[in-house]
Design a protein around this ligand. Structure first.
Ligand code: IPD
Length: 268
């Protein structure tokens, strides 16, 4: 049985409590209230309800922390050194289409006195599969009670790689197609399942060899960055000099595959 800290326990309890009504809504998804944030970008009543529950539970446990959520945006706390970064349903489109590939994802970011920030605890939970991916800085990465590590493949030609596409009408669509074209010619297989937090988690678990995407948000990547690095992987931007926590461009994988994939993407 893997041991987790009190803080991580708070995060896991919060996502499990959030998941219960979400699973009921998933079963009745045809009746769910849906609104459109932009072309192809939707929010359901389940997203809002889930973020409200996470906000209540996480802020009750650590009242001073800041909170950044996909639906609420930033709510600044009195403790400027800690921030919960939350996507209540990553994979909303899958959820709306009754596809069981979505997750509740929470990262905890700590800012140091020199101004640098890092993710120190991470939880990504697929409630349908009952798969809880979690990690704490320096303590490894776990799926439920089992330690997980990245796959060890070294050649792109042997690798299964995942990616995502911006919503229709958003900038970056044409580049994403170019990326898929360039990468697709060099890898064994490419997938687009529609939940970035699970793309990271599946890299951490060795199901995928790598994940890349352009145009993500901080809540899509916060937990995933720690999951992958604690499982032995590397996460950078495609250009390598930016901050991957911003999500603008992301490449994750074991150091060999990550470097090779990044090179292909830089030329795409
Ligand atoms: C989306 C998913 C998708 C990715 C999009 C994200 P959401 O998150 O993670 O895989 O390609 O860029 O916005 O909207 O379902 O929370």
């Amino acid at each position: 049985m893997a041991l987790s800290s009190a803080l991580l326990q708070v995060m896991m309890d919060a996502v499990r409590k959030t998941a219960r009504p979400m699973l009921r809504d998933f079963g009745e998804v045809a009746h769910l209230q849906v609104s459109r944030k932009g072309p192809g970008d939707f929010v359901t009543a389940a997203d809002i309800k889930a973020e409200d529950t996470l906000f209540e539970l996480l802020m009750k446990a650590r009242p001073g922390y800041s909170f950044l959520g996909e639906e609420r945006g930033l709510i600044e706390g009195t403790d400027k050194t800690h921030m919960w970064i939350v996507d209540p349903i990553d994979g909303t489109t899958n959820f709306m289409h009754a596809m069981p590939h979505f997750a509740i994802t929470v990262g905890l970011q700590r800012t140091h006195p020199d101004g640098t920030a890092e993710i120190v605890a991470a939880v990504t939970y697929n409630p349908v599969m009952n798969e809880m991916f979690w990690a704490e800085k320096g303590k490894g990465c776990y799926l439920n009670d089992s330690r997980i590590r990245l796959a060890g493949r070294k050649e792109l030609a042997d690798s299964l790689v995942s990616t995502g596409l911006p919503f229709i009408g958003k900038t970056g669509h044409a580049q994403a197609i170019k990326d898929i074209h360039a990468v697709g010619q060099r890898v064994a297989g490419i997938r687009r399942l529609g939940a970035a937090s699970l793309d990271f988690a599946w890299v951490a678990a060795g199901r995928y060899d790598a994940f890349f995407e352009r145009g993500l948000q901080r809540w899509d990547v916060a937990a995933g960055i720690l999951l992958v690095t604690e499982a032995g992987g590397l996460v950078t931007t495609i250009e390598q000099d930016g901050d991957p926590k911003l999500g603008k461009t992301i490449v994750a994988g074991n150091p060999d595959i990550q470097a090779k994939l990044r090179k292909v993407l830089q030329g795409a």
